[in-house]
Design a protein around this ligand. Structure first.
Ligand code: UD1
Ligand code: MG
Length: 455
């Protein structure tokens, strides 16, 4: 059966105390919206629709970055979750399949839970809700079941009587039904309740009133954690990192100080990778088996191949492609560049928009001058080249295979293969000059000091 995911993301998230819509706050290096969209992709949703309201333009921009197939619908006024989900009705009018509603601020829902929801639908439940046993049910909607376990209604905390409030099985916010039925039921929702809102949760009671059945899939409370405040965001980050670290260790990654290593949602690390203390992974990093990342590195949008050695104190930025057995050392920044097999950039360098050939050696302090103030240009360095320390490579420029540059050179013209390029003032040795010069300076100082003593 085809599947549509509807992500509710129109709320401002007042308690975030932010100009940014809540779903654009970052968790594990990516916006909350990306977590929800990632879930949609993980369950192979045929359509992913986000309902945007507050900061809708920003949400739309972010959705575009998340790739194909994320559609945005607008909810002008935030009249409640039922009204929000209803905003997707037109877009999904001809959709023949199930629709699942997900709250955009719930980043930890697992694909397995969605699979259970779909299995419950396949077993015949017309509406399926994901519930959890709440340690503190206070603010959640309560799942009211019959003696046989069938779900009869969801009662919001504000509307619940004492008996209903005593129920600890709560609504996670995920509801699934056949798309056409869901929108049909949403059309019947009113707002005569304690909040004056259109509650999506009313679809359960409305389905029962039609003689349809509703079921519950129960998941762990941790999975349903939502982000409502900065404190909640920080807590969610801690939870994510704890799990990512545990997962990395289980996958055969050595972390010498796990609590100081930070992963992103999509970080991919192979077996027998060694990661030192205080390493931060931004989005889009892949590290292949057996590479080593030493302490205090910051990596994003890069690929590190087998046996490469990174850091300590290295920064790899988007488009850094580090091949097998290459070395990137301390205080080296690499951006949008390939460093081929066995090449070494070991100390204090900036390598931007460059291609560095296999086994080339880039001396300490080498800088690619890739930016002319308006445009970026590439530097090409051939295999086995030896770039002397403190060379400035003014791009566009190339250094041929096996060529050398003298230390301190400013290279503005291409260097042919196997050549030595020198561009610096020739050295002159003046014999005895230093000794004479120092003697003169000392004499001047002695005279000044004696005048001061007398004065
Ligand atoms: C909702 C559920 C509650 C459940 C809880 C789980 C309803 C009526 N209640 O309550 O049963 O236990 O989530 O966390 O559904 N949103 C919109 N447009 C709106 C209103 C909300 O897009 O008009 C979005 C918000 O941005 C948010 C999500 O829907 O991401 C949930 O809204 P929220 O107001 O937090 O619902 P709760 O009161 O927490
Ligand atoms: Mg909420």
């Amino acid at each position: 059966m085809a599947l549509a995911l509807i992500i509710l993301a129109a709320g401002k998230g007042t308690r975030m105390n932010s100009d940014l819509p809540k779903v654009l706050h970052r968790l594990a290096g990516v916006p909350l919206l990306a977590h929800a969209v990632g879930l949609g992709r993980a369950v192979d949703a045929d359509k992913i629709v986000a309902v945007a309201g507050y900061g809708a333009d920003l949400v739309r921009d972010e959705a575009e970055k998340l790739g194909e197939g994320v559609e945005i619908v607008l909810q002008d006024q935030q009249l409640g979750t039922g009204h929000a989900a209803g905003c997707a009705a037109q877009l999904l009018a001809d959709f023949d399949g199930d629709a699942i509603v997900l709250l955009g601020d719930n980043p930890f829902i697992r694909p397995e839970t969605i699979a259970e929801v779909l299995a419950a639908r396949a077993r015949g439940a017309d509406v399926v809700v994901v519930g959890f046993e709440a340690s503190n049910p206070a603010k959640y909607g309560r799942l009211i079941r019959s003696d046989t376990g069938a779900l009869k209604a969801i009662v919001e905390a504000k509307d619940a009587n004492a008996a209903e409030r005593a129920v600890s099985l709560c609504n996670s916010g995920i509801i699934c039904a056949k798309s056409s039925l869901l929108f049909d039921l949403i059309g019947e929702i009113g707002n005569d309740n304690a909040s004056g809102e259109y509650y999506l949760t009313d679809v359960v009671g409305l389905a029962n009133a039609r003689g349809l059945t509703a079921g519950v899939v129960i998941c762990d409370e941790d999975e349903t954690i939502g982000v409502d405040s900065r404190e909640g965001l920080a807590r969610a980050e801690r939870m994510f990192q704890d799990r990512a670290r545990a997962q990395a260790l289980e996958n055969g990654v050595t972390l010498s100080a796990p609590e100081t290593v930070f992963f992103a949602l999509d970080t991919m690390i192979g077996r027998d990778v060694i990661i030192g203390a205080n390493v931060v992974f931004g989005p889009g990093v892949t590290v292949e088996n057996g590479a080593e990342i030493r302490a205090f590195c910051h990596l994003e949008g890069c690929h590190i191949s087998q046996g490469a050695l990174i850091g300590p104190f290295a920064r790899l930025r988007p488009g850094a492609e580090i091949s097998a057995d290459a070395h990137i050392g301390n205080f080296v920044e690499v951006k949008n560049s390939t460093v081929e097999r066995g090449a070494k950039v070991n100390h204090l360098s900036y390598i931007g928009d460059a291609d560095i050939g296999a086994a080339a050696n880039i001396g300490a302090g080498t800088i690619t001058c890739n930016y002319d103030g308006v445009m970026k240009h590439r530097t090409k360095i051939g295999a086995g080249a030896f770039v002397g320390s403190n060379t400035a490579l003014v791009a566009p420029v190339s250094v041929g295979a096996g060529a050398m540059t003298g230390s301190g050179s400013v290279i503005t013209q291409d260097v042919p293969e196997d050549a030595l390029a020198l561009s610096r003032v020739a050295q002159v040795n003046r014999l005895g000059f230093a000794a004479k010069f120092m003697a003169r300076l000392r004499a001047v100082k002695a005279q000044k000091d004696s005048l001061k003593d007398k004065g």
